[in-house]
Design a protein around this ligand. Structure first.
Ligand code: TPP
Length: 393
């Protein structure tokens, strides 16, 4: 195991003092350490491509390479700026990528990581990005780190350090942002699911939101045939929902999204907002955190998602608030508020209702049940069941 403090010190000795990335559970200790200790020299980016851009800008301004951290799921988001910006065939910009290797061969992992895990190293090889898998022994791992940092600097190119599960010794985040909302996300999800019209279908985002949708259906004694539980493709749930909404205009489609995911691909909101899909409702459960991978902060509470959505062209639905209910919110209050909003939408009481999708932000607390389960059926069973539902219209 590697101590994160010594790992960061080793990077700093090599001239790397700026860190940008998107959090990952395998890098949880590293992310927590840089959040606590690197202040203005650490940025949690919207997506991994943005983090590569930040590292490039840092190098242009300082002459020092930066470190970009990501889960291997983020490799795809990073490919374009790696190929067309940082590559030695273009601007030749050195940087060190620190990549959590989910789905490593021989290690059991969730379905969305299987393919990505298989191609992680070969994809970097194809891109011409040299890789070094960090060994478990700290002395050896720091040696690989030093060599790769020197390689990046000498050859003016991106290099990647690959992190296996359990590599970093535990470091717990000290500077936690306080929760603004007390409503547990699972209660909010239950409230929304209880309020949906009978024939409505759901597209839920990657991570714990989909797991909670699954568990809530079980608890309510409902089947899973109306839920597309997106396991990967972070940030694209609203686009999947829009694809369905356009193809089936009489079907009510609900996208259950996270703040991290919607911020990661915020451009999708502009497209959905202008789509004219009035049968689509986009609900963001905003906990200002990447809760599913360790609770690292997002800018979710610092920005005004409903105003952004409104300017994109969505109808804004009033969220359930504790002021209105005069008590802490729970699933009953959320169900009542969502039903109320949807009734008004159906009566056409929102301006431009006939042409616009709807948007609701529900502020929720960080954290989930310790014993939260996972869908028991594989993605292709979920797909087949869901398509059967959609085909039945
Ligand atoms: C492209 C990509 N980058 C990173 C990840 C790792 N990841 C999985 S869930 C998640 C956080 C999602 O945060 P949010 O949408 O706010 O939902 P929450 O977990 O807070 O409910 C991250 C970063 C991923 N799956 N895909």
């Amino acid at each position: 195991m590697i101590d994160v403090e010594r790992f960061v010190a080793c990077l700093k000795e090599g001239g790397i003092g700026f860190f940008a990335g998107v959090p990952d559970s395998l890098l949880k200790s590293f992310c927590a350490y840089v959040t606590d200790h690197c202040g203005e020299n650490h940025v949690i980016a919207a997506n991994e491509g943005g983090a590569v851009g930040l590292a490039a800008g840092h190098y242009l301004a300082t002459g020092n390479p930066a470190l970009v951290y990501m889960q291997n799921s983020g490799q795809g988001n990073a490919v374009n700026p790696l190929c067309s910006l940082a590559d030695p065939d273009v601007y030749s910009i050195p940087m060190v990528l620190l990549v959590g290797w989910r789905g490593e061969l021989g290690v059991k992992d969730e379905p969305q990581h299987v393919k990505q895990g298989k191609v992680t190293i070969s994809l970097f090889e194809t891109l011409g990005v040299p890789t070094g898998v960090l060994p478990d022994d700290e002395v050896a791992a720091l040696e690989v780190t030093r060599k790769m940092v020197e390689k990046a600097k000498a050859e003016l190119r991106p290099v990647a350090l690959i992190v296996r599960k359990g590599l970093f010794a535990e470091y717990k985040l000290q500077n936690k942002k306080p929760d603004i909302a007390a409503l547990p996300r699972e209660q909010a999800i239950e409230g929304v699911l209880r309020a949906l019209p009978k024939d409505a279908v759901v597209v839920s985002t990657t991570g714990m939101i989909s797991r909670e949708v699954y568990e809530t259906r079980e608890r309510l004694g409902q089947d899973h045939s109306r839920d597309f539980l997106t396991v990967g493709s972070m940030g694209h749930a609203s686009m999947i929902a829009m694809g369905i909404a356009k193809a089936q205009p009489s079907r009510k489609v609900f996208c259950l999204d996270g703040d991290g995911a919607s911020i990661m691909q915020m451009g999708n909101m502009a497209i959905v907002g202008q789509s004219g899909c009035s049968n689509l409702t986009h609900i963001v459960f905003n906990n200002a955190a990447h809760d599913s991978v360790g609770g690292q902060p997002t800018v979710g509470y610092d920005i005004d998602l409903p105003r952004i959505a409104e300017s994109c062209g969505y109808n804004i639905l009033e969220p359930p608030t504790s002021q209105f209910y005069g008590q802490e919110l729970n699933a009953d209050a959320v169900a009542e508020a969502v039903k109320f909003s949807l009734d008004h939408v159906c009566k056409g009481e929102y301006s431009g209702f006939s042409a616009c999708p709807n948007f609701m932000e529900i502020k929720v607390a960080k954290g989930a049940r310790k014993d939260l389960g996972r869908p028991k059926e594989p993605p292709q069973v979920n797909k087949a069941l869901y398509m059967k539902t959609l085909g039945g219209i």
